[in-house]
Ligand binder design. Structure first.
Ligand code: PEP
Ligand code: MN
Length: 265
C-alpha cells in the first residue's frame, strides 16, 4: 500500500483537532441514521456532545434498498447539519453518494462518509480522493479485506491521505438474529496490513439496539480507534434504522460503561 503515512488521521472540528489512531483515545461518533428535523438534530447533537462524542453523524442523502423508502432530506438536511455543527461545536460526518454532491457536502462535513454500497464506486472514490476533507470508507456488505483496502487505495492514490476505515458488518447466511455479521477480527487483521485508523459501527453491524452496547465494548477490546453509533431521540418513530438506534439515555449509559473499560473520553 504505497501511499501509507504515519498511523493517524487528524480531523479539524469547530472546537478542536480530533486524532483517530492507535495512540489516541477512542473517538465517539453518534447521531441518527438520517437527519429528520432541525430541532431533533440540534437537540441530539447537544446530548451526545455532553456524553463525550466528538462527531455528529446523520444522513442527508440515504442509500435505501427500496426507492419508495425515505431517501433523506438532501440539501435542507445539509443546512440542518451546518446549524447543529455551529450550535454544538461537534464535527459533522455525512454520507456522499454522488460525485456531483461532493463539493457541496464538503462545505458542511468535517468527514465525508462513503457508504458500504458505494465502496467500489470508483468514480466516487476518485472524486473524494481529489478533495481535501477526510473520508470514512465503509466496508462493502460482501467485500473482502483486500477489496476494501484497494478501495481505500483509490482515495489515497488520488492524493488524499486522510482515510478512516469503518467495519459495519458483512452479509452472512443468518439474518434472523443479526442484520449483518460484525467482523471484529477485521480490526487486528487490518492493524497488520495498514496504518489507516479503524472505526467499528455496531449499529449497522448488528441491526439491533440491544446488541449495540456489547459489540461496542467488544470493539474497544479488539483495539478499534473509533465507534460510530446510531442515536435517535425516539427510535420507534425514526424514518430509518430505528430498530438499531439507541436513545440518548442509552447512549449516555454506554459512554459511561465505555469510559470504565477504555480510553474514550
Ligand atoms: C449509515 O451509516 O447510515 C449507512 C447507510 O451505513 P452503511 O453504508 O454501512 O449501510
Ligand atoms: Mn443507518
Amino acid at each position: 500500500y504505497r501511499h501509507g503515512q504515519a498511523g493517524e488521521v487528524v480531523v479539524r472540528t469547530p472546537n478542536e483537532l480530533v486524532h483517530f489512531g492507535e495512540h489516541h483515545p477512542v473517538v465517539l461518533i453518534a447521531g441518527p441514521c438520517a437527519v429528520e428535523s432541525e430541532a431533533a438534530i440540534v437537540a441530539t447533537a447537544k446530548r451526545i456532545k455532553a456524553a463525550g462524542a466528538k462527531f455528529l453523524r446523520g444522513g442527508a442523502y440515504k442509500p435505501r434498498t427500496s426507492p419508495y423508502s425515505f431517501q433523506g432530506h438532501g440539501e435542507s438536511a445539509l443546512e440542518m447539519l451546518a446549524i447543529a455543527r455551529q450550535e454544538s461545536g461537534l464535527g459533522i460526518i455525512t454520507e456522499v453518494m454522488d460525485t456531483a454532491d461532493v463539493s457541496r457536502i464538503a462545505q458542511v462535513a468535517d468527514i465525508l462518509q462513503v457508504g458500504a454500497r458505494n465502496m467500489q464506486n470508483f468514480a466516487l472514490l476518485k472524486k473524494v480522493g481529489a478533495q481535501d476533507k477526510p473520508v470514512m470508507l465503509k466496508r462493502g456488505p460482501s467485500a473482502t479485506i483486500d477489496e476494501w483496502l484497494m478501495a481505500a487505495e483509490y482515495i489515497l492514490a488520488g492524493g488524499n491521505p486522510n482515510v478512516i476505515l469503518c467495519e459495519r458488518g458483512i452479509r452472512s447466511f443468518d439474518r434472523q438474529y443479526t442484520r449483518n455479521m460484525l467482523d471484529l477480527s477485521a480490526v487486528p487483521v487490518l492493524r497488520s496490513l495498514t496504518h489507516l485508523p479503524i472505526t467499528i459501527d455496531p449499529s449497522h453491524g448488528t441491526g439491533k439496539s440491544e446488541l449495540v452496547p456489547m459489540m461496542a465494548k467488544g470493539a474497544i477490546a479488539v483495539g478499534a480507534d473509533a465507534l460510530m453509533i446510531e442515536v435517535h431521540p425516539n427510535p420507534a418513530k425514526a424514518l430509518s434504522d430505528g430498530p438499531q438506534s439507541l436513545t440518548p439515555e442509552q447512549f449516555e449509559q454506554l459512554t459511561t460503561e465505555l469510559a470504565a473499560i477504555g480510553q474514550t473520553l
